[in-house]
Design a protein around this ligand. Structure first.
Ligand SMILES: Cc1cc2nc3c(=O)[nH]c(=O)nc-3n(C[C@H](O)[C@H](O)[C@H](O)COP(=O)(O)OP(=O)(O)OC[C@H]3O[C@@H](n4cnc5c(N)ncnc54)[C@H](O)[C@@H]3O)c2cc1C
Length: 388
């Protein structure tokens, strides 16, 4: 196979992060190739499904800061493509009022002047019907939060990328990466060369990085995506302005529980636990643990009395977790023209546009728009293994 050098940059992996990175590179007039191992669209990675939550409610300032610009980039894409990708619903946060998570989120939102509404036990049920607020819990609403139409967003950004002259080759698995001043990428169908590459391979990040001698401390988890039936249809409906919600800690668990109003499957509300069990991404369905569902049933019986406490539909998705739950957005420690976007730890979708911008800046050797030290490879010092 002869090598093709028709590209300035090659992006490996057409999930949300790779697709936005490729789009940003094409916007900067870079001849860009986006490679994907499966036929698009597919449901084997992390970016499939109809909806994701978008919010500024975070414990850390750096995420809240980045989301400021990120909302604008989502709106720009909507305008450019003439497609609606975001619907404002607000995000309800409930947790022990004096607990660490609630205080951190509230303080971050207030410090960054994000519009919020604080609810009290007296007025809570008037604003949020059909939800039980536990004694001692605080409640606030991040007003600008809402729902992103995820698979529509993916289709849109990929098609905008193609309109800018970008090339997508799906069903083309990358089987080797050879670092150098020009990087050589071998796939199941050909060989390509480019001045820089970006690896956004989601749960397969370490398989790809293995070709470059790097192994990051990532754990892939299977998430049971659970939909629960409304006892009275419409009780938790988006059209009735029911919000998204996050419960950072509660009686049942100190792992986040989150939910989205019923919308994608009428009469069913998505409520999930923000953790799963370790899995091999190529053997996802071999992982059959349902202990999260048992926990969710207890939470739903207690706090969401308008739902049947038995999931009606359970789908699957993958998280790629880092030890501190922060992303990896960095250049390869040895090869500066290999850029890594990985470890999105179950909360990366909303950041797609800004991640794409940052990874494109790294690929072009530009100074990134934000301080990327929370996302560096160097923070794993001592946990990095050589893969060679
Ligand atoms: C159930 C669930 C709920 C979530 N909810 C939210 C939410 O509400 N809000 C939010 O912001 N985020 C949420 N997330 C997280 C978010 O969806 C992920 O962080 C994001 O989708 C990660 O995208 P990615 O591009 O890194 O990975 P992926 O989407 O997995 O993309 C990686 C791609 O690389 C391809 N690839 C891998 N290896 C190769 C190879 N060798 N050759 C070619 N291609 C390759 C894969 O096939 C895949 O398409 C959720 C995730 C899940 C699973």
């Amino acid at each position: 196979m002869s090598a093709s050098t028709d590209f300035d940059c090659i992006v490996i992996g057409a999930g949300v992060q790779g697709s936005f990175t490729a789009y940003q590179l094409a916007k900067k007039n870079q001849r860009t190739l986006l490679l994907e191992q499966f036929v698009l669209p597919h449901s084997r990675g992390s970016s499939h499904g109809q909806t994701r939550i978008i919010r500024k409610a975070y414990e850390e300032d750096f995420y809240t800061h980045m989301m400021g610009e990120c909302y604008e980039l989502w709106a720009q894409l909507e305008k450019e493509a003439g497609v609606k990708l975001y619907r404002q619903t607000g995000l309800l946060v409930t947790a022990p009022e004096k607990g660490r998570s609630f205080q951190l989120i509230k303080n971050t939102l207030q410090r960054n002047k994000v519009p919020i509404v604080i609810l009290t036990p007296d007025n809570f049920s008037q604003h949020i019907p059909n939800v039980h607020l536990s004694e001692g819990d605080g409640a606030l609403v991040d007003v600008t939060a809402g729902v992103l139409y995820a698979d529509r967003a993916l289709r849109t950004v990929q098609s905008q990328f193609q309109k800018l002259g970008g090339v997508i080759r799906d069903q083309e698995k990358v089987t080797d990466v050879k670092p150098g001043a020009v990087v050589t990428v071998t796939t199941s169908a050909g060989v390509y060369q480019a001045r820089s590459i970006v690896i956004t391979a989601g749960p397969w990040a370490n398989t790809l990085l293995g070709h470059t001698g790097l192994h990051l401390p990532l754990e892939v988890q299977k998430i049971n995506v659970c939909y629960w039936k409304e006892k009275v249809p419409g009780s938790y409906d988006l059209k009735r302005r029911f919000p998204c919600f996050v419960v950072p800690e509660c009686q049942e668990t100190d792992v986040h529980i989150y939910g989205l109003p019923s919308n994608e499957y009428p009469g069913l509300m998505k409520v999930c636990l923000h953790i799963g069990k370790k899995t091999d991404p190529d053997q996802r369905d071999q992982q059959s643990d349902r202990s999260d569902i048992a926990l969710l049933k207890r939470y739903i019986s207690r706090c969401l009395p308008g739902l049947e406490p038995e999931p009606a539909v359970v789908e699957s998705c993958l998280y790629t977790m880092t030890p501190d739950r922060h992303f990896v957005l960095d250049r390869h420690p040895t090869y500066k023209n290999i850029v890594i976007g990985a470890g999105f730890s179950g909360h990366g979708f909303k950041f797609g546009p800004i991640v794409g911008k940052l990874l494109s800046e790294l690929a072009l050797g530009e100074v990134p728009s934000y301080n990327l030290s929370p996302f560096s490879v160097a923070r794993f010092q001592g946990k990095l293994q050589s893969a060679l």
